[in-house]
Design a protein around this ligand. Structure first.
Ligand code: SF4
Ligand code: SF4
Length: 154
């Protein structure tokens, strides 16, 4: 049987979002939405889907993935005063940051991400199992975090 490959996050990673908004203005970053996420965001803003797409979407990839337009200075178009204007319905991509596959593929990469994300290395310990759940989109960062709080007060 093949030996299990060790990952630098096997003993967990500390993370607690400081709501700094840096991840909403990553240079050259793209925000992808699924069709469901477009529908939810349009409904949240009280717009028709066509109006939402015409206003906020810059590209549709293979008819199933939508890319947001950039706002000013390469920020996400929904970032205003360091806050997300569609926060309750923001896409899974945003809900799972910084636990993206490309960010946890090596400690080197994780440290680079940490230069822009002050929440890395702070607060709650995400176990390897919890990180896996976020990576596989079974859970969001908040869901894991809330469970941690629940356990704390059990
Ligand atoms: S960069 Fe990190 S700490 Fe700042 S808002 Fe994004 S996830 Fe939170
Ligand atoms: S949708 Fe909201 S959370 Fe996601 S990048 Fe834009 S401003 Fe940030």
């Amino acid at each position: 049987m093949a030996e299990k490959k060790e990952r630098f996050w096997d003993t967990g990673l500390h993370f607690s979002c400081t709501a700094c908004g840096n991840c909403c203005q990553l240079d050259g970053g793209k925000v992808f939405l699924t069709e469901d996420e477009v529908n939810r965001a349009a409904e949240y803003l009280g717009m028709s889907i066509d109006e939402f797409i015409a206003t906020y979407i810059r590209a549709i990839v293979e008819q199933e993935s939508y890319v947001l337009r950039d706002g000013e200075k390469d920020c996400c178009i929904f970032l205003e005063d360091q806050k997300c204007n569609i926060y309750p319905v923001r896409p899974m991509q945003c809900r799972t940051f910084p636990f993206w596959p490309e960010n946890v593929k090596s400690l080197y990469r994780w440290k680079i991400v940490a230069e822009d994300c002050p929440g890395i290395g702070q607060g709650r310990l995400y176990t390897a199992e919890e990180i896996n759940d976020v990576l596989k989109n079974r859970k969001t960062v908040e869901q894991v975090s809330e469970e941690g709080l629940t356990n704390l007060y059990d």
